[in-house]
Design a protein around this ligand. Structure first.
Ligand code: FMN
Length: 351
């Protein structure tokens, strides 16, 4: 019996955001006390076949933590202790924000999904930047940057630039997040003119590696237009996908009508299709995210063209062994298919 078999029913009795705070506090204690370094021995799967170099960064294994779990960069070392190969902190905004009124996070247990409308609650770029600067993490840390709610779309580029300036020396890669559904108008920034301005401004400021995170709700044409900007500006990578505002008919939970972004099992296939669509149209590395909760799902995204995968909702449903379980499973799948490394498997399902 695993610890999470006991803890999960207790946590699932709590409102989702409370459960998240409890888990976060526990990870915080682990990180402060140094227990996270003991966790490593239990959770990390160290095997050269899992490691790769992606946009010039050495990544020990392909399973990362998606943005939103550690919005304020409080527990990246503890998450590395759970065996994740990279951690994306944030979304961070220039201004400190309290986010939307609660409740704003909903557990769709029957669907193994979440709906969130957090609205970029975070401590702000100054605080998060300072915290990151004094935190040592032994896996790469990406910083997911969002737009402050009060900043008009026309001034978005400066807003992103401010945040970048606060985190530039402590992030290993930087993500322009223009795809969260919970900041009014944000997703409009995925259109070509806005993207060019924001990404061009960060690029000129020296942001590297620089990635953009896309929504699963973009039309094919809009995705292609965004990818044209990625090519023109010689960006380093694409993350796909964020949460969706769509509600598949299959959803059973009473919470399905809540406003916000849906994540977890119901978006898995769609996200994998998005990975394939993007990987077919760009040469830069793709990070695949959306519904990953086991080795088969991670492997499907890798074969569809993802150099790395990330997860959030899967961690809630599967618990702290998820990175270890996926990494062990990936090694078996690599062996089954005769690959010597993850890098060999990336994109093998593409035409
Ligand atoms: N994505 C971002 O780019 N920035 C965020 O700040 C962010 N916050 C999130 C908060 C919550 C509560 C959840 C559930 C997701 C958030 N996401 C955010 C989206 C995740 O990073 C991820 O793209 C999405 O949940 C799909 O992955 P999953 O199915 O593994 O959860």
């Amino acid at each position: 019996m695993q610890l999470y078999d006991v803890a999960k029913p207790v946590l699932f009795q709590l409102p989702p955001e409370t459960a998240h705070s409890v888990v976060h506090s526990m990870l915080g204690v682990a990180q402060k006390s140094g227990i996270d370094r003991t966790l490593v021995q239990r959770y990390r799967v160290t095997d050269p076949r899992l490691s790769s170099t992606v946009f010039d960064i050495d990544v020990p294994n392909p399973v990362g933590v998606a943005a939103g779990f550690d919005k304020n960069a409080e527990v990246p070392s503890a998450l590395s202790g759970l065996g994740f190969g990279h951690v994306e902190v944030g979304g961070v905004t220039a201004e400190r924000q309290s986010g939307n009124p609660t409740p704003r996070l909903f557990r769709l247990a029957e669907d193994r999904a979440l709906i969130n409308r957090m609205g970029f609650n975070n401590h702000g770029a100054d605080a998060v930047g300072a915290r990151l600067a004094r935190t040592r993490v032994d896996v790469p840390v990406g910083v997911n940057i969002g737009k402050s709610k009060s900043t008009p779309l026309s001034e978005a580029a400066e807003d992103y630039l401010y945040t970048y300036g606060r985190v530039e020396s402590s992030g290993d890669y930087f993500v322009v997040n223009v795809s969260s559904p919970n900041t009014p108008g944000l997703r409009e920034l995925q259109n070509r003119d806005h993207l060019e301005e924001i990404l061009g401004t960060l690029k000129d400021a020296g942001a590297s590696p620089l990635l953009v995170k896309l929504s699963p709700d973009l039309t094919d044409k809009a995705t292609e237009a965004a990818l044209a900007v990625v090519d023109d500006l010689e960006l380093d990578g694409v993350i796909t996908t964020n949460t969706t505002t769509d509600r598949p008919d299959s959803l059973e939970s009473i919470h399905r009508a809540e406003t916000g972004g849906l994540s977890g099992d119901p978006i898995e296939e769609r996200a994998t299709r998005a990975v394939r669509f993007v990987a077919e149209r760009t040469d830069v590395p793709v990070i695949g995210v959306g519904g990953v909760s086991d080795a088969a799902g991670a492997y499907a995204k890798i074969r569809a063209g993802a150099s790395l995968v990330q997860l959030y909702t899967g961690l809630i449903y599967e618990g702290p062994t998820i990175a270890r379980d996926i990494n062990r499973g990936l090694l078996e799948l690599l062996e089954r298919d005769g690959f010597d490394s993850i890098e060999e498997a990336v994109g093998v399902d593409l035409e």
